[in-house]
Design a protein around this ligand. Structure first.
Ligand code: 5GP
Ligand code: MN
Length: 338
């Protein structure tokens, strides 16, 4: 993978462009993809955003979201677009299998592939150009840097600003994580000058759910949460029956894991949800406890030091038992004072 700066001379030659991101895109994946979309169309490119799967309703109001294609719904059409593309931007993931069924068509595509991402250990040989920086708050911040550094900051319009702000806001936990640097705040100041309505973004993302989602969270906190004080850990396991009972939709479980770390002294929060094909883990940690390594070593996953995901093909009960078993190895680390 060559440095992304080497791609800048080609950026202004119009072509067929695909932008894609990780499956079940979150605010940063969708926000960075659409922020880039609003920039590239102004350079005359023919741009299509393809999501590997469906996405949460709370992202559907984003400017441009209605033109995003769900790969799982229009597979043949998407494969045609991928094969015909001159350039494919891969955003907010480090390894092609995070695009689920798109991995094979993306691998085979002859287009120039560009990575913009902030996850650890990128699959460098899969991309022609790229930038990977784990110190960045979000891929949306990196897309902003890409636009500015390539000399086009005048092309960041209100739609791009809204999308990029959404990604930065969601990936920084509303500007609270340590990744929220001075540069992030300078960038937001610039987006405000362009006309960003930040309150509207917060409303659309955080205050736009059905009653059933809040009932689901209440039920989960009361009945599905186990506090393991001897490990400074909180575990929450959600069985399929709960997802059915509260009619949860894609995105309804987003943010649930963050509650676990809000208990005094807790260093590790672990949420596992019984999804159809797999048991899906979300890990969050404080301080030096590295959940990227933990998820890689034990649950087939990865991510960042303080936020990672993983999966298991075992039953919910077995994967919970496995979690409790491996936790023993980390007791000293988890009980260390910082
Ligand atoms: P979440 O718990 O919100 O699904 O994921 C937390 C972070 O870890 C996100 O940045 C996400 O992209 C990353 N992540 C989640 N699952 C996986 C996985 O299976 N593999 C890798 N490499 N990263 C993951
Ligand atoms: Mn991200």
């Amino acid at each position: 993978m060559d440095a992304i700066q080497q791609y800048y001379p080609q950026l202004t030659t119009p072509g067929k462009v695909i932008i894609t991101m990780h499956q079940k895109p979150d605010g940063d994946a969708m926000g960075s993809a659409l922020g880039l979309y609003h920039f590239l169309i102004q350079l005359g490119h023919d741009v299509t955003v393809i999501s590997p799967t469906n996405w949460a309703d709370f992202l559907s109001w984003l400017p441009g979201a209605s033109s995003v294609i769900d790969y799982e719904k229009k597979r043949e059409h998407c494969i045609g677009l991928i094969n015909a593309a001159d350039t494919i931007y891969c955003l907010d993931f480090n390894i092609l299998h995070r695009t689920k069924h798109m991995e094979i068509p993306l691998t085979r595509a002859t287009a120039v592939k560009i990575l913009i991402d902030h996850h650890q250990q990128p699959q460098e040989d899969a991309f022609n150009f790229g930038i990977s920086n784990v110190y960045k708050s979000s891929t949306s911040e990196m897309v902003y840097d890409f636009i500015v550094e390539s000399g086009h900051s005048n092309l960041i319009n209100a739609d791009a600003a809204t999308c990029l702000y959404t990604g930065i806001m969601t990936d920084t936990g509303s500007f609270r994580f340590p990744s929220t640097t001075a540069s992030v705040h300078h960038m937001i100041a610039h987006l405000k000058e362009i006309g960003l309505d930040h309150s509207r973004v917060h409303d659309k993302i955080y205050d736009n759910f059905l009653e059933s989602r809040l009932r689901f969270i209440g039920h989960s906190l009361l009945n599905r949460m186990e506090v393991l004080y001897e490990y400074n850990t909180v575990l929450m396991a959600i069985p399929k029956e709960d997802l059915v009972r509260f009619e949860t939709k894609t995105g309804d479980t987003e943010g649930l894991v963050n509650y676990l770390l809000s208990i005094q002294g807790i260093k590790l929060g672990a949420l596992v949800i019984d999804r159809d094909e797999e048991r899906r883990w979300s890990f969050r940690s404080k301080d030096d406890f590295d959940v990227n390594t933990f998820a890689r070593n034990h649950f087939n996953g990865g991510g960042h030091k303080n936020a990672a995901g993983g999966k298991s093909l075992d039953s919910l009960q077995s994967t919970v038992e496995q979690f409790k078993k491996v936790l023993k190895q980390y007791q000293i680390q988890l009980l260390e004072k910082t």
